[in-house]
Write a protein of this length. Structure first.
Length: 271
């Protein structure tokens, strides 16, 4: 039986000297426009280890997306400490070692699915033949093996988002950042994509950070959950999620799942 990454990470954290891939301490971000300042992130601290799936949950406008942009290297930070790869000796280059998935698939409508997957490889100047081979492997992994030559409009919303996830993995990034990746999908498709997400995470062993507004989704997906307060973002809690693996949708009816959900409700002041 394959060991689930959540179980692996629990064991890894107990090993002395194990260093995180990402270390954040007192992270702070201020947006400035003319003579005005807007504090987007006030105090966020957490360690993320290789192979973690971190779910970031909190109210709209609390700074979750800003935090992702900082991790992606798109924004700097104005206070606190952020190190990626330095503490555990992993080389890390923003852009090259980051894959991004957004709420909308953002597939170019004039390119085939295969050509969309190859876009990051083209931008980064990767070997075209090797990238094409990997693209076909990723399409098989996400269940789109027969759709390489299809155009985006020929795929359903869930299938397009699978293609977007495959595209984020084409250049073999060390970190995959997902900003409300299933927010635009209907409820049933969203639940199916949650299961697909866990399968992809398990198969790739990548480190994922996933932003969501859904408390239930955060608990179901995460090996760990980071709860952020209403903006400016402040860390209310960061805890491991110890649920049986592999996870199935039925687990949402279990008392253990309900306990985690109530924990987040309490932190966010939801009655």
């Amino acid at each position: 039986m394959t060991q689930h990454p959540a179980d692996i990470q629990t064991a890894v954290r107990e090993q002395p000297g194990q260093k995180p891939l990402i270390h954040m301490s007192g992270l702070r971000k201020v947006y400035r426009k003319k003579n005005q300042e807007f504090l987007a992130v006030s105090d966020v601290s957490m360690d993320i280890h290789e192979g973690d799936l971190i779910s970031l949950v909190g109210p709209s406008g609390c700074g979750k997306s800003t935090l992702l942009k900082i991790l992606a290297g798109l924004h700097g930070h104005d206070g606190g400490t952020l190190t990626i790869g330095e503490s555990n000796g992993t080389s890390f280059t923003p852009g090259r070692d980051v894959g991004m998935v957004f709420q909308q698939p953002v597939l170019l409508k004039w390119r085939t699915i295969l050509q969309n997957l190859l876009l990051p490889a083209d931008i980064l100047g990767l070997n075209r033949k090797a990238a094409t081979t990997r693209a076909h492997e990723l399409l098989e992994m996400v269940g789109l093996g027969g759709f390489a030559d299809k155009m985006p409009y020929e795929l359903s919303g869930g299938m397009q988002q699978r293609a977007a996830i495959a595209r984020a993995l084409i250049h073999d990034p060390k970190l995959v950042l997902m900003d409300e990746p299933f927010g635009a999908l209907d409820a049933l498709t969203r639940e199916k994509m949650n299961l697909e997400m866990l399968r992809i995470w398990e198969e790739t062993g990548k480190t994922f950070v996933v932003v969501t507004h859904s408390i239930q989704e955060a608990i179901f997906l995460g090996s760990h959950c980071a709860v952020l307060t209403a903006g400016p973002a402040r860390m209310a809690d960061f805890f491991p999620i110890d649920l049986p693996a592999p996870r199935r949708l039925q687990i949402k009816t279990s008392p253990e799942f309900g306990d985690y959900v109530r924990r987040v409700y309490d932190l966010l002041g939801v009655d």
